[in-house]
Design a protein around this ligand. Structure first.
Ligand SMILES: [Cu+2]
Length: 432
């Protein structure tokens, strides 16, 4: 059954808003502040989904381990890096005085290890399932052949393994890998099977964007906990799942010590149902202007200045922000999104905190973001006629099943709704 979580993890978000360009104020060393966005009462004030309370900004932002290839091989002039991963049960202590949570993650951690891959090097990743639930691995954002795309019924049973091949020929971009198995995608991803896969290319490296410790993945997800400290599972939920505890890199409301210089953040929305309107709040409550430099398909043609960023489930945005004017301050990454169908809670308007130090240990790649980032954005040709209309709805037959144009996943003979010829440009209209 295709549940809403399944659709959402496929990137078919119910709510989608693009980043809006802001005032375009240059980052000239002056405090780049704008008007406060979060005005008016927070709708979640005093509300909880039942999770025991947790302190804010007391734990460090975890930086996921880096995946290392086991070996590399030259095959017909191509370089292939071979990685080996497990899908493993592990316990994670979120509440110091309560039970740990039972989770299942890649190499027994959440988020899974981060892959840093150079464009043009190919990868083969073996996933051995040591858990007790079926899995399938999808590399979200990659142009992957069908057999390795984590098709929902191409499952890896407990004790089984599968090798996935990725060509990595696209331009640099922030992708992510997560479970994608039929009927359990949402639960498996939420319980730990999700991680970053970052593709680098030489053209991007030549731009002098913040790198190394100054290039940080931030995977945001909301979860909820039982009174004993263990996670509440989303299994069986057919509508939406809104948690009251906001995690970044699987740590509730962390803090990250930063230097007063430029950073590149790769923001991932790994929530099941919750989109965010993110903004950086300085000590006086003012918003800080930043630059949005890329999204799901890699770097933008040019950076876009903004004081906020709306991001939905499955999406990635990359931003550049300068903390130079905020030495010694705390900057809070906040969420301003308040719309009727989203359940807000006491602290879902807070995401994480940046504690800005007083000195810069490395000033390389700390110049302005170039005005041209990607001169080769492959825009599709202009089309006026709509080739296909897809209508998404739930419960048309009285059940909880989601359908597209009235057809659901189980209708094997009819569920292929479009077969565009390779290389064709089509204009699709999606209705919800
Ligand atoms: Cu995905």
């Amino acid at each position: 059954m295709a549940t809403i979580q399944h659709l959402l993890l496929l990137g078919l978000a119910t709510i989608h808003a693009n980043a809006q360009g802001g005032g375009g104020m240059p980052l000239d060393g002056q405090p780049p502040t704008g008007p406060p966005i979060h005005s008016g009462p927070w709708r979640g004030e005093g509300q909880t989904a039942g999770s025991p309370p947790l302190a804010l900004f007391e734990n460090k932002l975890p930086i996921p381990a880096i995946a290392k290839p086991e070996f590399s091989e030259e095959i017909d002039g191509r370089t292939v890096d071979f990685y080996s991963m497990t899908i493993e049960n592990f316990d994670k202590q979120i509440y110091p005085d309560l039970n740990p949570s039972h989770m299942v993650g890649y190499n027994g951690m959440a988020p899974g290890p981060t892959f840093f891959v150079d464009r043009g090097r190919e990868t083969i990743i073996r996933y051995l399932n040591k858990g007790n639930q079926i899995s399938a691995v999808h590399l979200h954002g990659s142009a992957t052949h069908a057999v390795w795309d984590g098709w929902a019924e191409d499952d890896i049973g407990p004790g089984q393994w599968k090798d996935y091949y990725y060509p990595n020929y696209e331009s640099g971009r922030s992708m992510w890998y997560h479970d994608h198995v039929h009927g359990h995608t949402a639960t498996n991803a939420y319980m730990g099977q999700a991680g970053a896969y970052i593709l680098h290319d030489a053209a991007e490296d030549a731009l002098g964007l913040p790198s190394g410790d100054y290039d940080v993945p931030l995977a945001i997800a909301d979860k909820k906990y039982q009174s004993n400290g263990e996670l509440v599972s989303p299994e069986g939920e057919t509508q939406n799942f809104y948690g009251d505890i906001i995690h970044v890199n699987d740590q509730p409301w962390p803090y990250h010590a930063v230097e007063p210089r430029k950073y590149r953040f790769r923001v991932y929305c790994m929530s099941l149902s919750r989109p965010y309107n993110l903004w950086f709040q300085d000590a006086s409550g003012q918003s800080i202007e930043f630059q949005i430099i890329g999204s799901d398909a890699g770097l933008f043609g040019s950076p876009v200045s903004s004081s906020d960023l709306t991001i939905s489930m499955g999406e990635r945005y990359e931003i550049a922000i300068d903390f130079a004017a905020f030495a010694g301050q705390n900057i809070t990454l906040s969420n301003a999104l308040q719309i009727p169908i989203i359940e807000e809670y006491e602290n879902t308007d807070k995401v994480m905190r940046f504690v800005v130090g007083s000195s810069v240990s490395d000033s390389s790649n700390n110049d302005g973001v170039p005005s041209t980032l990607n001169p080769d954005v492959n825009w599709p040709e202009q089309k006026d006629n709509v080739d296909h209309v897809f209508t998404f709805q739930q419960g048309g037959d009285g059940g909880a099943q989601w359908s597209v144009n009235g057809l659901d996943w189980e209708d094997v003979n009819n569920r292929i709704l479009a077969k565009p010829p390779q290389g064709a440009t089509e204009l699709w209209e999606l209705r919800h």
